[in-house]
Design a protein around this ligand. Sequence first.
Ligand SMILES: [Zn+2]
Length: 113
Amino acid sequence: MSAVPWWQFIPWLPWRVVATVEAADEVPEHLPRRGAVLVGSPTYQKWVVFDCPCRGGHRIMVTLDRSHWPHWRLTEKPLLSLWPSVDAMYGGQRCHYIIRNGATHWVRDNRVR
Ligand SMILES: [Zn+2]
């Protein structure tokens, strides 16, 4: 049984948390678009995991653990926001964006890293 309910696979939903699991290896292999999985417990958010919105098929995992630096902050009011930006390299391209109030805001940047 998947941790993600079937209706979360409706493709036009905004960014949201679709499941919470206790350990990173329990994150489902198949995730909906803009569907994030929290790893941890209700009192201790350890990681957030999701598939990159570039649709290149790579998975993003960032720490929410405040004892780590850097760490990200996830809020769900009114819709999912993640701060600071996600900045990943994948297959020679840069995926740099901010998730704010359920939407992806791509950061355009011509810098070469
Ligand atoms: Zn990407």
